[in-house]
Design a protein around this ligand. Structure first.
Ligand SMILES: C[S@@+](CC[C@H](N)C(=O)[O-])C[C@H]1O[C@@H](n2cnc3c(N)ncnc32)[C@H](O)[C@@H]1O
Length: 329
């Protein structure tokens, strides 16, 4: 894992190069299927483009009829986005997190290549958990990322032959790739992340893939494909909130439900957030439950939670020494 990694896009020359980039070569494949994927999974028209860069993906979403806010950690990239699209809504996220972005507001959060530049499991999990909080109840995250294979093959838009060390890279390591469509010929530093690694991130963040796409090039397309017809350079994950079934037993009473429907909005929200937090952190910690209008409304104060490894079972001990078990499946 590479905690010292720095975002190559926080750079004037790189932003100028990116500003001219549309959908050439391998990029065509990244965007080709997005309209149908979004059409299938997303309802509504409010979108956040997380890691909008010079605005290419934001303009793309607007072309699909979305009302889009573009956000990015890089001021030079945002400056290019605004120059090109003065009427667009582009906002700086100085800390690279989504604090300050309005919650529960979006039907779609698109992240196009952004997570290629986010190092560490912890940072990715935090961001996905926060992005989930920006979604409307039926909202979806579309996470478009580079596949690990992109860093070890040749492509219409990329070369990696000068970086044989990429072959030894493991999930979370830094890798180099040359972009062939731009004048800036400094290699881009990315973080390679495997499918298994992303599944772990999603699990910890409380989101669930409801669609995974690996677009391949087709004969007859207006691109000189290199490896794109047999190896997918990109992976597109469509993510929704994980539907967790939860049993709560307390004082002999038993409640059962899925967090996302029956229990949501009925006073369990705070309990849910805290329990899932404990599950995600994988570590015992005290939690407090302050209120609730249903079965948990007894001035219950949970003092201690114990996570039973691999089972997501929380043993709960209350102030009155009554014991309960919460299971999040
Ligand atoms: C490869 S560019 C893609 C830009 C745009 N989505 C597109 O398709 O043209 C990735 C962008 O993600 C941004 N980024 C990286 N980490 C970020 C973070 N933690 N928060 C917001 N933006 C981030 C970078 O600054 C960069 O502009």
């Amino acid at each position: 894992m590479n905690a010292g990694f720095s975002n190559v896009y926080d750079d004037e020359a790189r932003s100028l190069a990116y500003a001219t980039l549309e959908f050439p070569g391998s990029y065509f494949l990244a965007f080709r299927d997005l309209p149908s994927i979004i059409g299938e999974h997303v309802l509504g028209t409010k979108a956040l483009d997380f890691g909008c860069g010079a605005g290419r993906s934001t303009r793309f979403l607007r072309g699909l009829g979305f009302e889009v806010v573009g956000v990015d950690i890089s001021e030079p990239m945002l400056a290019r986005a605004r120059e090109r699209d003065p009427a667009g809504d582009y906002r700086l996220l100085p800390a690279g997190d989504v604090a300050g972005v309005e919650g529960s507001a979006y039907d779609l959060v698109l992240s196009a290549f952004t997570f290629d530049n986010v190092p560490t499991m912890e940072k990715k999990v935090t961001l996905f958990r926060d992005l989930k909080g920006l979604l409307k109840p039926r909202g979806r995250i579309v996470n478009l990322v580079s596949s690990p294979e992109i860093y070890v093959h040749e492509w219409a838009s990329f070369s990696t032959k000068d970086f044989p060390e990429n072959r030894a890279a493991r999930c979370g390591d830094e890798v180099l790739i040359l972009m062939l469509d731009v004048e800036d010929q400094r290699p881009v530093e990315d973080i390679v992340w495997t499918d298994e690694g992303y599944r772990e991130v999603y699990h910890r963040a409380g989101v669930r893939p409801e669609g995974i796409y690996r677009p391949l090039g087709k004969q007859g397309e207006p691109c000189a494909w290199v490896n794109e017809t047999r190896i997918a350079p990109w992976v597109i994950y469509v993510l929704g909130p994980a539907e967790q079934t939860v049993d709560i037993e307390f004082c002999g009473e038993r409640k059962r439900g899925r967090w996302n429907d029956r229990l949501a909005g009925r006073g369990y929200e705070k309990v849910r957030t805290e329990l899932l937090d404990v599950v995600a952190r994988d570590t015992p910690m005290p939690i407090g439950i302050e209120h609730g209008r249903d079965g948990l409304d007894r001035g219950l104060l949970v003092l201690e939670c114990r996570l039973v490894p691999n089972h997501h079972v929380l043993a709960v001990r209350s102030a009155g020494k009554r014991r309960g078990i919460c299971r999040a499946h």
